[in-house]
Design a protein around this ligand. Structure first.
Ligand code: FLA
Length: 336
């Protein structure tokens, strides 16, 4: 009797619980897959330095040129704007100064538009809750390889491990690199965002991003140090960040001075980047006697939140295409 694949949902494992992994898990669950997220960190682990997502400023302001990322960002903006009525996302007037050398001398032009920002730790918890409400299992585990997450009934894997993709024994992508970001979280009645022309300047990546639902917390950045793994905040950098941000938004300070700025905390995070750009592709990988489709979805660097829904949706499409192909390959032959 030919075996017929019943309506039982196909099992997909998502490795990694950053904004890309959780968004992919949610889209998969909404499509009816049985999803397990396996990750070292889970929503609620807000201040683990090695988990990039909770540190993000999490606004929407494209500054790259990769056409894939630009497409993902355009798709994501619509989703994030759709969350404004829930209070999870906040509309944000933003001025984005032109990426010109003049930007270093404050004589550059800029554009102003209405962006959006989310409170990244809250947003991750919301994604986690949306996932578990659809039966997604969030399992905490520190993996040395993707293989450790693959079970006999695993139909596909999404590798959303960020910087972990450089460490996993069966991935070992040496293009993966951290881009160190240092920020100062301050408290000030500021409800507008400025992204300076120096976005990817190593030491003067100046930006001010108010964080919704945070008691007037504002993310002041920053720096953009490729491959640096220095974990401690640099006090001189903190001073420089505050001076440059204050020059852009004076109302950050109670009295116009850097000393008049109420500092909540200084933080260092590591953007999960990849030389050459993000990796989004399917690899049919052998795990024991089976070949399982693995969709790699990592390396998004500074654009994680603003590209998340577009990148995750494309990853889910690759999963679906692989499983449909697999069904054709495995389709039972009628026995006469
Ligand atoms: N995503 C933030 C960062 O990478 C940025 O620091 F908005 F500042 F770009």
């Amino acid at each position: 009797m030919a075996s017929v694949r019943g309506p039982t949902p196909q099992n997909v494992v998502v490795v990694g619980s950053g904004v890309i992994g959780l968004t992919a898990a949610l889209i998969l669950a909404r499509r009816g897959y049985a999803v397990e997220v396996v990750a070292r960190n889970l929503p609620g682990d807000n201040l683990d330095q090695d988990w990039a997502s909770p540190w993000a400023g999490a606004n929407w302001c494209p500054f790259g040129t990769d056409p894939r990322v630009c497409r993902w960002e355009a798709e994501t903006l619509e989703v994030l704007r759709g969350l404004i009525p829930t209070g999870l996302a906040m509309p944000l007037p933003i001025t984005r100064f032109a990426s010109t050398q003049a930007g270093l001398h404050n004589h550059c032009v800029g554009v102003t538009f209405t962006s959006v920002s989310v409170n990244s730790p809250h947003y991750l918890e919301w994604l986690g809750a949306q996932c578990t409400a659809l039966g997604v299992v969030l399992r905490r585990a520190t993996l040395q390889s993707l293989a450790e997450a693959v079970r006999p009934n695993t139909a596909a894997v999404v590798n959303a491990t960020g910087l972990g993709a450089g460490q996993l024994a069966d991935v070992k992508d040496d293009l993966v690199e951290p881009i160190r970001g240092q920020i100062v979280v301050v408290r000030a009645p500021v409800k507008r965002c400025v992204m300076d022309a120096t976005m990817n300047h190593p030491t003067r990546s100046t930006y001010i991003i108010p964080r919704p639902n945070s008691g007037n917390q504002v993310i002041c950045g920053g720096c953009y140090e490729v491959s640096s793994t220095v974990r401690e905040p640099d006090p001189d950098m903190t001073r420089s960040i505050l001076e440059h941000c204050l020059a852009r938004i004076p109302e950050l300070s109670k009295d116009g001075t850097v000393e008049g700025i109420e500092i909540v905390r200084e933080c260092v995070g590591f953007r999960p980047s990849r030389r050459g750009g993000p990796r989004l592709e399917r690899e049919d990988k052998r795990f024991g006697s089976r070949r399982v489709p693995v969709v790699h979805a990592y390396g998004i660097g500074p654009a994680g939140y603003q590209a998340s829904w577009g990148m995750a949706a494309e990853a889910v499409k690759l999963v679906g295409d692989a499983l449909v192909e697999g069904l054709k390959v495995e389709a039972p032959r009628a026995r006469l």
